[in-house]
Design a protein around this ligand. Sequence first.
Ligand code: UDX
Length: 447
Amino acid sequence: MAESRTIGIFGAGWVGLVTGGCFAELGHQVIVRDVVPERIDALETGRMPFHEPGLPEVLERNRARIRYTLDARELTEADALFICVQTPPTYSGDADLSYVWTALDDLPRVERRQVLVMKSTVPVGTGEKVRAALEGRGLINVGYVSNPEFLSEGRAVQDFLDPDRIVIGAFADEDASAVEALYGGIETPVVRTDVASAEMIKLAANAFLMTRISFINEIANVCEAVGADVVEVARGIGYDHRLGPHFLRAGIGYGGSCFPKDSLALKQLASNSGYHFQLLAAVIEVNELQKRRVIQKLQKHIGKLRGKKVALLGLAFKAGTDDLREAPSLVLASRLLAEGAEVRAWDPVARPGELMKGAVLYDTVLEAVRGADAAVIVTEWDELRGLASKDVHEAMARPLIIDGRNLLDPAQARAAGFAYEGIGRPTSPTEVLPETHERDLEAELNR
Ligand code: UDX
């Protein structure tokens, strides 16, 4: 167990609340500060601003140790101050650090040493800039540590409390030790390093994961052309201990709050330093094209999309979250609407509202697929595993399933009377309608 300390958190967003809740679980006192009064009010009355499994329980269990506030002066008590604010991309693709600088403006002045800990994903070099800013403000007692998060949505509490590693980049050893001590009780390798390397570890880890996804998606596309099955290929690759089985699920492309933003930020960071990160540029482009491949698959089966009813099943960027940031569903819906299709949508938790203007949201899968010419599995929700059912078959105008996540067993779906197409899996020739509309992918992207 860690020796109990007081931890201040800037930002009651997803990272801030997971970090705060989990540090309280480890026995620390936590003060979470946000600038949005409604959010603080909601948290004080136990209402969650987003869906994250296990987090409401952690916050509730540790209620006595967590305080929410609008007032940054309350952070004076804190031994460590974690910055957990957003760093969205700017028009240039750089990371927008304005929330970080605002947090710095709000730093309380204290006599004893405090450590400022960066959890937000920031460009390499931010630590140096923050150190200079702290010195410029006369905050010489404030140490700086880069301690990136590797939390995956839907399993963030588990990722925090049972991580693969903890990365701590510091300018001074005493600050690194102070932050390491906060994680007491967690058994995992601790990577102590310099600040720039810690910042780069986060960006490189994400870039590598994205590279694996775009790689397997391209293998899937080649599999389609040559009659191989990417699910089998990934299985065969994954047993190689040098490669491992993770992040080899071919699909509809990655989305979310981190990958798309962080890949752009790293590409931009490299090019700002005069380096063209060719591989990363390709990873990003492959992903954009992958999101659009479903359109071609639909056209292949049902011809022109004008007037056709297409059900998008699952809208969140992945299962287990209601997060729609950079979700492939948004790209698909707007491409379908632009082609003149009628978009019917369903998701168990995500509520797109204005983001999917023109699409109609239904409460159940069965309502969404009623009268549809095609059903597209966009998110791998468990609720969709039984999609190839008699009820769905009867409800649809045309029993066609495009499985963007390879969630269903192709043989079972076909045996149930559906025309079925996954990603990177063989398609039997009988399922392809004579009227094909092969499109140039580049042309798709440039629309
Ligand atoms: C990711 C990283 O995993 C996490 O370490 C980082 O801190 C933030 O970004 P997250 O965005 O929550 O977390 O989701 P993740 O589970 O990593 O998936 C990201 C995207 O990749 C999703 O759209 C997912 O559907 C897609 N994906 C993932 C694939 O398409 N194939 C895979 O094999 C794995």
